[in-house]
Design a protein around this ligand. Structure first.
Ligand code: IFM
Length: 457
């Protein structure tokens, strides 16, 4: 006899997620201005295969069909992001572009007609190039423009949208934009700019909370972080220390200011000691700002994909110890599949920070498996990935993690940033030539899971 596992809490939110630049296309339609990602992808050599988001899934035209696919999937929520330069083409105008606003307004109405809750992310990286030209995130003035955009959007949609996410994955903007340099604006190893970016993103989050709430009665506002638990590769103290630093830069640098009103001292001390930042960089991280950053948010959005096995590259030869941690199976992106770390991460957040509510705003995997001659897409590996992570989540909730929802990344294959269209995270296959959408086996599996509120057999 088959054993029935426990269901998720009643009213648990089951959704999928996407973002504007990754799916919309229509990069210059109806008055939209260029975003930093338009500039980046139009620069030769920045993106694999020189792919761009000019057309992507053309969700801007196919949105009705996509809403229908969401409805057929049975989700009760959909997380999407709005493109700032669709609303304020240069980012600095005093009046919004109504054609851009109308697009999102129609989308929201249609979702609500289907009884699907809209979860709206205000910044999923595609900020107006006009704002970037004024100095981007490292320049504190950006906060005024961001708040203008936030206010305008919440004024127009706040009567219907009740779940708002201020920023998606600030680490990516700050680290990939200013340390690794593979994301716009493509600057490398500039810790001053990176720290200022982190600070202004978090500060604007805190400032946006009352703005949004003033326009949207009863709204919930939160921020989404990509959190990556780390383990040292060996018993060497070098690896151990490196692992603590990784955790500081990746996780605590965001969690601490948001939930403890302070930046991790070990990280700031290390950056100062190694002359990577100076006193004036630290001076901007004022207590007054930290108080605003720590404004009581309604939830934390957690994006989880994998763990990091951390190796210190500068280990002296004589101290070199063999790597002890073996990586498990990897996805087509080369990311380790490690659901146990998802559980550990969630229980750690519960224990270390007092967070009232969590939503898993992204979790998913990239596998390239495509349609056979009968247009069947047998993506069992994706099913295994989601299934094992949902089991970890169930265990975490049972152990007191206050999680109210799970969003699978992603509804459909899309433009995966520097990887272009090479990586496919979707529950729905997209043919990027014909734009045909074909639900994968994982789509039907997820539909069934939602139908049973997470009780797999
Ligand atoms: O596609 C991205 C998304 O935009 C942000 N989180 C991670 C996903 C997979 O890389």
């Amino acid at each position: 006899m088959k054993k029935r596992r426990h269901k998720f809490p009643e009213n648990f939110i089951w959704g999928t997620a996407t973002s504007s630049y990754q799916i919309e296309g229509a990069f210059n339609s109806d008055g939209k201005g260029p975003s930093v990602w338009d500039t980046h992808s139009h620069t030769k050599g920045k993106i694999k295969n020189n792919d761009t988001g000019d057309i992507a899934c053309n969700h801007y035209s196919y949105w009705k069909e996509d809403c229908k696919l969401l409805n057929d999937l049975g989700v009760n929520a959909y997380r999407f992001s709005t493109s700032w330069p669709r609303i304020f083409p240069k980012g600095i105008e005093s009046k919004p572009n109504m054609l851009g606003l109308d697009f999102y307004s129609r989308l929201v109405d249609t979702l609500l007609d289907y009884d699907i809750l809209p979860f709206l992310t205000l910044n999923h990286w595609d900020i107006p190039q006009g704002v970037e030209d004024l100095g981007g995130w490292p320049n504190r003035n950006i906060i005024d423009y961001y708040l203008e955009y936030t206010f305008s959007l919440s004024k127009h949609l706040g009567d219907r949208v009740k779940n708002w996410i201020t920023h998606n994955e600030p680490w990516c903007i700050s680290y990939k934009g200013y340390i690794e340099g593979d994301f716009p604006p493509g600057i490398k190893n500039n810790w001053s700019k990176s720290i200022a970016t982190t600070h202004h993103l978090l500060l604007s989050h805190g400032m946006a909370i009352p703005e949004i709430k003033s326009n949207s009665k009863g709204a919930e506002v939160g921020i989404t972080l990509n959190l990556t638990p780390a383990v040292p590769a060996s018993k060497s103290t070098y690896d151990f220390d490196e692992c603590i630093r990784f955790d500081g830069v990746f996780n605590r640098m965001y969690l601490d200011p948001l939930f403890k009103k302070s930046y991790p001292k070990d990280i700031i001390d290390w950056l100062m000691k190694d002359n990577l930042i100076n006193k004036s960089d630290v001076d901007i991280l004022s207590e007054k700002d930290l108080d605003i950053i720590g404004t009581d948010a309604d939830f934390l959005g957690v994006n989880y994909y994998s763990r990091a096995i951390v190796r210190n590259k500068d280990i002296p030869k004589e101290k070199n110890l063999p790597v002890e941690i073996k990586s498990s199976e990897k996805t087509d992106f080369g990311w380790e599949v490690h659901p146990e770390s998802f559980y550990k991460l969630l229980t750690r957040i519960k224990d270390d920070y007092s967070i009232k509510k969590i939503y898993i705003t992204e979790n998913g995997c990239s596998y390239k498996i495509g349609p056979d001659k009968n247009k069947i897409i047998d993506d069992n590996k994706r099913i295994d990935y989601h299934s094992s992570h949902i089991l970890s989540l169930k265990k975490a909730i049972k152990n007191g993690v206050p999680c109210d929802g799970y969003f699978a990344w992603s509804l459909m294959d899309n433009f995966e940033w520097c990887e272009g269209f090479q990586q496919r995270f979707g529950l729905i296959w997209v043919d990027f030539n014909s734009l045909e959408r074909i639900p994968k086996k994982s789509y039907f599996w997820y539909k069934n899971l939602i139908n049973k509120n997470g009780a797999e057999e």
